[in-house]
Design a binder for this molecule. Sequence first.
Ligand code: ADP
Ligand code: MG
Length: 482
Amino acid sequence: MSWESVIGLEVHVQLNTHSKIFSGSSTTFGAAANSQASLLDLGMPGVLPVLNAQAVRAALRFGLGIHAQINRRSVFARKNYFYPDLPKGYQISQYEDPVVGPGYLDIQVDNETRRIRITRAHLEEDAGKSLHEDFGGMTGIDLNRAGTPLLEIVSEPDLRSAREAVAYLKGIHALIRYLDISDGRMAEGSMRCDCNVSIRRHGTETLGTRCEIKNVNSFKFVEKAIQYEIERQIDLVESGQSVVQQTRLYDAERNETRPMRSKEEANDYRYFPDPDLLPVLISEADIEAERLHLPELPEARLQRYQHQFSLSAYEAQVLVSNKDLAVYFEEVIATSTEMAPAAAHWIMGDLLAGLHRDSLDITQCPVRPEQLRGLLQRIADATLSSKLAKQVFSALWSGEGSSADAIIQAKNLKQENDESLIQKLVDDVLQEFPEQVSAYRAGKEKLFGFFVGEIMKRSRGKAAPAAVNAWLQRRLQPSADA
Ligand code: ADP
Ligand code: MG
């Protein structure tokens, strides 16, 4: 179709500081309701906020991670609105002067690099939570989350599809995990996303009217919500109606977006500088000190994995996108980097499949990096064929032995590499099936697999496949009988 979709994301990231952005209360997730709310978080009058330097540091690190301009002077502002979970009557945020100015994030989509511009990233406090269940028709208020530091990251409308939006979000997620500024746990609300979506005819420059889908909290839902919204807008316009600027909610159960409020009802927040807080000043020395302490970031690691380890762009991307997975990979190859391609192959194959099947994340993987390394060594030295290796891997997974060697020994899984033994096996099988041999020589080539199967059966799967293939090929040549 001739429509182009245009998407800009506003991502809220909860920073992993121990205490809140303006008070000393703990930020630990899952505590008893209101057990982590101080007088300040309760909005008591006359209590003054004190800025948490770690939150500023985290924002600064993020800014460096996206090659952004860091503003030397930024200002906290009050965003005024009433809500029961916001007892002060305003949220402290940044408006005109955020800590982080323009920057960008490169993303990979279909083996192509796209540069997504980031408008700004600013610090703000989270609100409390309204609890609508378990209170017999009333609403409970939990202020534990009130004052948790957030970094809001606003992109330019540079994304062109739901898939690109997800790739961008995953890129942000990887970056905050590498920078160690957030735990990034979306299921716990540590990263939430507002999706702005519009459409326009291909080739048009001006932006269409957008809708904003609030608070989407998983990669999957971001993709589905945006896809739904794009289709909804195209249907509207193609049937002669027009898109109304609106805030909408995504309903995951019905997979649809629904209106929440329209532009006319939009809030006027009456931002003004918060008189309780001084401007935040960041010096050149602060920036350089932080730059020195940056770890290797996903972009650099992506390049390194391709060049140093000869991994494909796709393999590197999968491994790098999850910091814990990258750490696991590097532990596997810690003593021998020439194992990198095999390690990548096994991690992206059996290992990720196993994690997916058992709903585990890589930090809970039952096969430890050194165990996988031991397995790879036995493949490399031809003790194991890939088939036998799969058996050893699943035995490691279910804890049937402490190492590949222990399992190989206990289950007697060593590959048979003895050439003369293998040759005898092959010859025995060919003698046993003379008709099939003639048929093969007469052109029925798919019988090759039948012979291999019979040979493998007799060796209990242990004959070295390469040796079997080579000898079998030789013996099946027309002249081989003589
Ligand atoms: P607001 O002040 O309402 O939050 P902004 O101009 O700050 O609006 O934009 C918020 C987000 O919406 C940004 O990520 C921006 O890229 C995106 N955006 C703005 N206009 C459009 C549009 N027409 N289509 C898609 N996204 C848009
Ligand atoms: Mg906004």
